[in-house]
Design a protein around this ligand. Structure first.
Ligand code: MN
Length: 399
């Protein structure tokens, strides 16, 4: 039964983490809300699915899955996001349904129904913010604990490992068939936000959904390779430079350690590497055993920096990054900085110290149980991956 502490093995004494939600807790989304969402979709003449700017696998995968499924039900559906130009990250170009993408300018000024996926606040809608807010109806599907409450109908569950899981539930209630293409998009969302089923957002439910999706015959090996194991040679060279200049500060984060590095735009230019291809660098830097927190500052083409941070749970990085105008999850967060790299690191470090003041080193990190740690996406919400909210970018989970 989900939620119970289960002995891992008779021989061991190790037990699984406590359930994220007590078995008797009320479901985060009320039945009436699900019914209202189903009604909105069924009554819509046309549906525009919108994900956050600089979309990650969960945002774009969720929107494409929904659009493909709605089309199979005979409902007109398109996908868009508010970047200009609207560029799909290279690692996501394999997703089915790309022909359903339309530029932000092609979305009507007053759409019938807008469904936003994986968006914590209006600011993350970029160029589509005003059009979404002007829609006849705005349905919000999201799992960020930082979601600010916008929208007319809200399918929000901060305990969900990915927005894709909520989209799956909505499609199930709509009676949409689960095709391999839809499953590929949903799997990409769940795999992305659970860090390939490795991070703290991974739950029994994420694995149960994965099992159902694999049942359609999709190829997890091929999806994983597209998402994480395909880099240009130039990208590896840029990574090598970033690792070369990485610094380890053992006194930071209340003595827990901070490892950080910078990726200058000149390095990317020398090897023709776009920003979206260096999002995974944080996942290499954060392997540092001596550091509780990892930070990668990625210089944008305009000279500003995207900061992507990852932690192991002792410090809430969403709080730290909101101090820099960004945000995200406890384990993964991001921000955008318009100051130089040295100043930005200094500010990040100071915020880290402040956040650590309440939790002296040596104290146990919060158990990954209820309330569930916010999903730790990869780094997707910030501009590309960390969750970045407002003002800046949506950093991918890693910010
Ligand atoms: Mn997500």
């Amino acid at each position: 039964m989900p939620g119970h502490v289960v002995p891992r093995a008779a021989s061991g004494g190790t037990v699984l983490p406590a359930p994220r939600q007590a078995p008797d807790a009320a479901p985060p989304i009320h039945e009436d809300t699900w019914a209202a969402a189903v009604r909105l979709v069924r009554q819509a003449r046309a549906v525009h699915l919108v994900c956050h700017v600089c979309p990650d696998g969960d945002a774009l995968g969720s929107a494409l899955a929904a659009a493909l499924a709605l089309r199979s039900l005979g409902i007109e559906a398109h996908v868009s996001f508010g970047d200009d130009p609207q560029v799909v990250p290279t690692s996501l170009t394999f997703l089915p349904g790309q022909d359903l993408l339309v530029p932000a300018a092609a979305v009507p000024d007053r759409p019938d129904l807008v469904v936003v996926c994986d968006v914590a606040s209006e600011d993350r809608l970029g160029l589509l913010r005003d059009k979404a807010l002007a829609a006849r109806a705005l349905l919000v599907i999201d799992h960020h604990s930082s979601n600010n409450g916008f929208g007319d109908c809200r399918l929000i569950d901060p305990t969900a490992p990915a927005t894709a899981m909520l989209v799956d539930e909505l499609l199930r209630r709509l009676g949409a068939p689960l095709t391999r293409d839809v499953a590929t998009c949903l799997y990409t969302g769940v795999a992305t936000d659970t860090g390939s089923f490795k991070n703290a957002a991974t739950t029994p439910e994420s694995h149960q959904l994965a099992a159902r999706l694999l049942g359609t015959g999709l190829r997890p090996d091929q999806i994983s390779r597209q998402l994480w194991d395909t880099s240009s040679f130039g990208c590896l060279k840029v990574l090598a430079s970033a690792l070369q200049r990485a610094e380890l500060d053992l006194t930071a984060a209340g003595g827990r350690g901070l490892v950080w590095t910078v990726v200058p735009r000149a390095d990317r230019a020398a090897h023709q590497v776009p920003m979206d291809q260096i999002e995974g660098f944080i996942d290499v830097v954060r392997r540092t055993a001596e550091a509780e927190v990892a930070l990668v500052l990625k210089e944008n083409d305009d000279g500003s920096y995207y900061g992507s941070s990852r932690g192991r749970g002792a410090v809430n990085l969403g709080t730290v990054c909101s101090g820099l105008g960004g945000g995200g999850h406890a384990y993964a967060a991001g921000f955008t900085s318009h100051q130089d790299a040295a100043t930005t690191v200094r500010r990040f470090r100071a915020l880290l110290e402040a956040a650590c003041a309440d939790t002296p080193a040596g104290a146990s990190p919060p158990a990954p149980s209820a309330p569930p740690p916010s999903p730790a996406p990869s780094d997707h919400q910030t501009p590309p991956h960390d969750t970045l909210p407002a003002a800046t970018d949506g950093v991918p989970t890693d910010a």
